[in-house]
Design a protein around this ligand. Structure first.
Ligand SMILES: Cc1cc2nc3c(=O)[nH]c(=O)nc-3n(C[C@H](O)[C@H](O)[C@H](O)COP(=O)(O)O)c2cc1C
Length: 175
């Protein structure tokens, strides 16, 4: 699939077939994230791929997500990043002191690479921001200083949602 097609065909998918995603495809997703650009090439991103039913049950038992469909997803990819890897003293010169902002945007670039690659591989994905961030870090032993803005659920789609509306080009291009 061409990149343009993946960009246009991607939808948030919230229902998945009960079919495992092979490990080599999971590796492709992580590889796409790994190749993303980042500020000063800091690469602060860290991913935890959850497939195990018991771990999903543990998350469910602790009400980690608002939506119940998250626990039924074949993959829950926890997307986090280490702000310590983004901090650079020289940035102070340019008032670029928003370290966690930098960490967050780098993580987002990597994640969108992952999502588009998943689309190209025939997988559906959905970003999930409705997550109890502190509790999930506790349960999964993720360092407390990491940012964890969302997880991505993924699997073979069991729905074909229509495209959601977008603003017109003239609404987003400043003149
Ligand atoms: C950072 C982020 C967090 C999101 N969190 C949720 C969420 O918690 N639950 C959900 O159902 N969808 C979530 N979404 C999906 C959006 O609702 C969806 O991307 C948007 O409505 C556009 O639809 P589309 O992805 O199908 O184009 C999130 C998307 C992003 C980018």
């Amino acid at each position: 699939m061409e990149i343009e097609e993946a960009i246009k065909n991607r939808r948030s998918i919230r229902k998945f077939l009960a079919k495992d995603v092979p490990d080599d495809l999971v590796a492709e997703l992580v590889e796409a994230a790994r190749l993303a650009p980042s500020s000063h090439n800091a690469q602060p991103w860290k991913f935890l791929v959850i497939k195990d039913r018991d771990v999903k049950e543990k998350l469910k038992g602790n009400a980690i997500f608002k939506h119940s469909f998250v626990y039924d997803s074949p993959l829950i990819i926890v997307c986090c990043a280490d702000p310590d890897l983004s901090a650079r003293p020289s940035d102070l010169t340019f008032s670029d002191t928003d370290v966690s902002g930098k960490t967050g945007r780098d993580l987002a670039f990597a994640c969108q690479n992952l999502v588009l690659r998943a689309t190209g591989l025939g997988l559906g994905t959905c970003y999930i921001g409705m997550v109890n961030r502190e509790k999930i870090k506790d349960i999964l032993n993720i360092p407390k200083n990491y940012i964890l803005p969302f997880v991505i659920i993924a699997g073979y789609p069991a729905e074909e949602p229509n495209a959601t509306p977008r603003k017109r080009t003239d609404e987003i291009v400043l003149k």
